[in-house]
Design a protein around this ligand. Structure first.
Ligand code: WTA
Length: 654
């Protein structure tokens, strides 16, 4: 956590406090009683949360931790996740309630009620069955933000086929890697989607990826943009041909509580993404409970909007599974926030009367940059609660969010969690928490976290260290797909018995938690996790690059920006080819290898990289350079003149 000292001191000087609004506290879904119940008996607390769902068979044991760190929750219980999200609401007379107000980027809209969604999901489930998909088979999705994406996920869940949704901004290579890693046999995609005012193709990347995936037998293609697509006869099928022809009846089968629900790939500290496995009963229990408690949703009144992509865990838990399990009406928006104008989000809030908005600090900081007069042009009075996720939110962005968007009346809940945790872990409960701008405050009821030093000893209040989770929780990852050892090594070995989150944190004088960002080689760019080694290996796959070192440097808008230091093959010689043209080419190369989100902000050509005597690149020093700071301790360098050379060779104020 080098270089965080100043940030930390600033954070802890933050003294503004916001007690809960009295109206909210009086009618809250969860408050002090939830903490009391969880403290009295954690397993009974989670059992009560699980009882909010519909089970076909009751569980015999809440938690089986006998094979730790491999957990089993609600063992023996059986349920169907999709039926919990749809059928039971329709049966309870809520079929006419809107599940999604969908807004396409060009302005086209669709409204899907719970009954509509159930019918569509049943048709899609029948379609998948007709393609030979069976319980346990993996299905990969590479989709834009359209209703069919939700339908496809729930159809997979309904027939017990774990889905793996690959973010539509990832490259063909990234898609191929994921399809191969989980051995998916069917891919669902679209011709394209709308982004930034234009049709952006998806199908060509699928075609390219599948050239090296011989086991994929079917590709189901949604027509969204109408753009031309290449067609592989015998493999490709139009969604509107196959799904529309299916009956809307499908009897949901109840699966074991530990039946795999989905695999979500995320960056770790090596170049190979990890397939995070989530299962059914525990996941849905905690996702539904946290969505209900943290956002205090009132399904009869609220219009809820998670402005994130379904291709990330936030979309899985808080666009799809949480809101639907709770029978809530949501907004789903396809496009970018500045298309066709910078007030698009606020226009959507006004149009649908959004009451709860959940988004990332990067978006908030971007809106700050655009100016508060833009949201001020819209009627945002329907909003009553705001949420933040994905990266540390700096106090100024928090305050701006509360004031410019929430009229200084809406509580802001800063929710800390991860792909691996599946659901919110550290977050205020808005009914009882006195909010501190920039702090996620305390673990939620039933969650146990601490901040420890290098030796695993809990730090006293007022000190910083590593964030750990000290007890299992229902929506925890069950393993890394196909790699149990990596699961143990990555999460459970640094502090034996405890889950190591990879984040630094500080406890303030009250014992409240302030998240400080990753302590490993994972960067957080606009709330997206990208590993330094992943970008480095993309760079060295370019013929001109001999060696590369990548760091995340503080960035006022995106949280971190990717800065790459590269050594060229044949040296950096002054032949003119090391200038802007090459940097542009290398940035494009990384975008092609991984996806545009991984494109470095800056590429700096250097003659040497700072290394320790054991050959480890000292990223800490490179981060000092990238952030224009005084260099930290250089005594462990093999050759301390390397850093002078790097500094001397850089453009001024890089
Ligand atoms: C970071 C996204 C500070 C953190 C849900 C974590 C946060 C990583 C917060 C997980 C927050 C997420 N405050 N940092 N409220 N929420 N993070 O897997 O570094 O995409 O480890 O899950 O994002 O990112 P992931």
């Amino acid at each position: 956590m080098d270089g965080d000292g100043a940030t930390l001191a600033n954070l802890l000087r933050e003294e503004r406090r916001f007690p809960p609004p009295s109206g909210l506290a009086a009618a809250a879904n969860a408050g002090a009683d939830a903490f009391a119940a969880a403290d009295a008996d954690g397993e009974a607390f989670w059992a009560a949360a699980a009882a909010r769902l519909e089970w076909a068979e009751p569980w015999t044991q809440v938690l089986d931790w006998s094979r730790a760190p491999f957990a089993r929750w609600f063992t023996g219980g059986r349920l169907n996740v999709a039926a919990n999200c749809l059928d039971r609401h329709v049966r309870d007379g809520l079929g006419d309630r809107v599940a999604f107000h969908w807004e396409g980027e060009p302005g086209d809209t669709r409204t899907l009620t719970y009954a509509d969604l159930k019918d569509e999901v049943c048709r899609a489930a029948n379609a998948l069955l007709s393609l030979g998909v069976r319980a346990g088979d993996r299905v990969a999705l590479y989709m834009p933000m359209i209703p069919e994406t939700v339908v496809a996920m729930l159809a997979c869940a309904r027939i017990g086929a774990p889905h793996t949704v690959v973010f539509g901004g990832f490259s063909a290579d990234a898609l191929r890697g994921r399809v191969l890693d989980c051995d998916a046999r069917v891919v669902i995609t679209a011709d394209g989607g709308y982004r930034k005012g234009a049709a952006s193709a998806l199908k060509p990347a699928v075609d390219e990826a599948l050239e090296a995936c011989p086991d994929v037998r079917s590709v189901l293609v949604v027509r969204r943009t109408g753009q031309d697509v290449a067609w592989t006869e015998g493999r490709d099928v139009w969604w509107h041909d196959l799904v529309a022809a299916q009956p809307a009846e499908h009897e949901p089968e109840a699966f074991d509580s530990e039946h795999p629900l989905y695999i979500m790939y995320t960056s770790g500290t090596t170049a190979r993404p990890k397939g995070i496995l989530h299962t059914s009963g525990g996941y849905l229990t905690q996702v539904a409970w946290s969505h209900w408690a943290v956002f205090d949703v009132k399904p009869e009144q609220d219009v809820y909007w998670t402005a994130a992509d379904i291709g990330w865990v936030t979309g899985h838990s808080y666009i799809v599974y949480g809101p639907l399990a709770n029978g809530v009406t949501s907004v789903l928006y396809e496009g970018t926030p500045d298309t066709p104008h910078q007030g698009r989000w606020w226009e959507i809030v006004q149009k649908y009367g959004v009451t709860i908005l959940y988004c990332a600090p990067t978006a908030i900081r971007t809106f700050m940059k655009w100016g508060e007069e833009i949201p001020a042009r819209f009627d945002l009075s329907s909003l009553r609660l705001l949420g933040s996720v994905g990266e540390p939110i700096n106090p100024e962005a928090w305050i701006w969010y509360r004031q410019a968007i929430g009229s200084d009346r809406c509580p802001v809940v800063d929710t800390w969690w991860q792909t691996e945790t599946g659901a919110h872990m550290i977050s205020p409960l808005p009914s009882v928490a006195t909010l501190k701008p920039g702090s996620a405050l305390r673990p939620l009821p039933g969650i146990h976290a601490d901040v420890v030093d290098d030796t695993g000893k809990p730090v006293p209040n007022g000190s910083g260290g590593y964030l750990v989770l000290t007890r299992p929780w229902p929506s925890m990852l069950r393993t890394i797909w196909g790699d149990e050892q990596r699961y143990i090594d990555t999460y459970w070995s640094r502090f034996p018995g405890w889950y190591f989150a990879g984040d630094g944190a500080k406890k303030d004088e009250d014992g409240d938690i302030w998240l400080l960002g990753r302590v490993d080689d994972v960067m957080n760019v606009s709330g997206h996790r990208i590993s330094t080694t992943e970008v480095e290996s993309a760079l060295v796959s370019h013929p001109r690059v001999a060696e590369a070192a990548v760091v995340g440097a503080a960035d006022a808008t995106t949280g971190q920006g990717i800065v790459a230091f590269v050594i060229l093959r044949g040296g950096a010689g002054g032949d003119g080819s090391t200038g802007d043209a090459l940097a542009t080419e290398l940035r494009a190369h990384v975008a092609k290898e991984i996806g545009p989100i991984a494109r470095p902000r800056q590429i700096l050509v250097v003659a040497e990289l700072p290394k320790t005597r054991s050959g480890k690149i000292m990223r800490r020093l490179l981060r000092d350079v990238a952030e224009n700071r005084e260099l930290g301790d250089v005594t462990t360098l093999t050759d301390s003149s390397v850093m002078d050379a790097i500094r001397d060779g850089l453009p001024a104020a890089a």
